[in-house]
Design a protein around this ligand. Structure first.
Ligand SMILES: O=C(O)C(=O)C[C@]1(C(=O)O)C=C[C@@H](O)C=C1
Length: 368
């Protein structure tokens, strides 16, 4: 058997010594930054203001991206600085984040992607529980899925937004790669596939082709499916690679979702008593839910103020109002912050034309 060559050149040794020296400088700089964050934390405590400032974090990342001289690639900037700010924030105060658990769910990945790894995990059994944990103060923030590029809206989240006291403070999205996981490393003998209903739907084509006889069993989360698969060799799960390592399962088939570009968007929610509405960051989105009377032209009239004030709409979804009258709630995202005069004017006119009007939140657009 051939052994791979081991690098011994003086040139490599010299370059690594330079990398070590730069790492020591970086460590000293990061500690200087951490010291400043601690000072900011003390100041905020004295002034009684909140630690997490999504608009400031978005501005830090936007600024560094626009100044990046390379060769570091610009898409690397956001994940690196998110972690740096997560570690600095943790020195100021713990960030307790509720999401659909257990460990290994895509919601957990979204929470870490948004807040960084320095967070306190509050794992919940359902989306309702995420709202409840955040509303009751058991968590500072909640992360809930709102929309999938293949399956459309996450109806339960949208319905809960209608009456919750919580508001949206941020958004993040995730490429969803669904994988078939199992204890045995073979497709033979799979009786059932357990996963969240959204994941089963996202993999409908693959399952029909490769496992036509297996029972499809919806469970509360993909990680719950993985837990069941770890207990029973006749069960396979659809979940993330993280869930495979969490539950000691084989990845039998990677990326089995029918749409290669499958993405899920998550909203970050918090309580108005815990957090103020973020100030404008320069690239903001405002989410609303409205309804109009079931009359001819009412939906058209509702959109006129947006057009008149030049406010663009990036999302428009409808959900039945369950009144039995063919009435709908419309979930609308507009670009901009209500503190911008044209956005503020458009929203106040829109408010006047609607039978129901609720601002779900205003927050910096997801920076990647
Ligand atoms: O600038 C602040 O307000 C800070 O607390 C510092 C800092 C950072 O590390 O840059 C940390 C947490 C906030 O969410 C925003 C930024």
């Amino acid at each position: 058997m051939k052994t791979p060559p081991v690098e011994t050149s003086n040139e490599l040794v010299g370059l690594r010594a330079q990398i070590d020296a730069v790492d020591r400088e970086l460590l000293a700089l990061l500690n200087r930054r951490a010291g400043l964050a601690l000072a900011v934390g003390d100041l905020k405590k004295r002034e009684g203001t909140v630690v997490f400032r999504p608009e400031r974090e978005a501005q830090v990342i936007d600024g560094l991206k626009s100044e990046n001289p390379g060769p570091l690639q610009t898409p690397s900037i956001a994940p690196i600085w998110r972690e740096i700010m997560s570690a600095c924030r943790a020195l100021e105060t713990p960030t307790r984040v509720a999401y659909l658990g257990p460990a290994g769910t895509f919601s957990e990945e979204a929470a870490i992607g948004y807040f960084g790894a320095s967070l306190m995990r509050v794992q919940c059994a359902s989306i309702d529980e995420v709202f409840h944990a955040t509303a009751s103060g058991a968590a500072d923030f909640g992360v809930v899925p709102v929309e999938n590029s293949t399956e459309g809206v996450v109806a339960r989240s949208l319905d809960l937004f209608l009456h919750t006291p919580l508001f949206i403070i941020g958004e993040t999205s995730l490429f969803i790669r669904q994988n078939l996981l199992r204890r045995e490393n073979t497709l033979d003998g799979i009786r059932a596939v357990c996963a969240h209903p959204q994941a089963l739907a996202q993999c409908h084509g693959w399952l029909s082709h490769h496992l036509p006889d297996a029972d499809r069993r919806p469970v509360a989360s993909n990680a719950e499916g993985a837990r069941l698969a770890a207990q029973d060799p006749g069960i396979a799960a659809i979940a993330s690679v993280r869930a495979a390592s969490e539950f000691g399962l084989h990845v039998l088939a990677p990326a089995i979702q029918d749409d290669a570009h499958n993405r899920t968007r998550f909203a970050i929610v918090t309580h108005p008593e815990q957090h103020p509405v973020p100030k404008p960051s320069g690239h903001d989105c405002t989410s609303l839910v409205v309804s109009v009377k079931n009359l001819p032209g009412a939906v058209h009239d509702m959109l006129v103020p947006l057009k008149r004030h030049g406010v663009s709409m990036s999302r428009f979804e409808s959900r039945p109002a369950r009144s039995g009258q063919w009435e709908y709630y419309f979930y609308i995202d507009v670009q901009g912050h209500p503190d911008e005069p044209r956005v503020g004017a458009a929203l106040s006119e829109l408010h006047d034309t609607c039978a129901f009007f609720k601002v779900l939140g205003t927050y910096p657009i997801d920076v990647k």
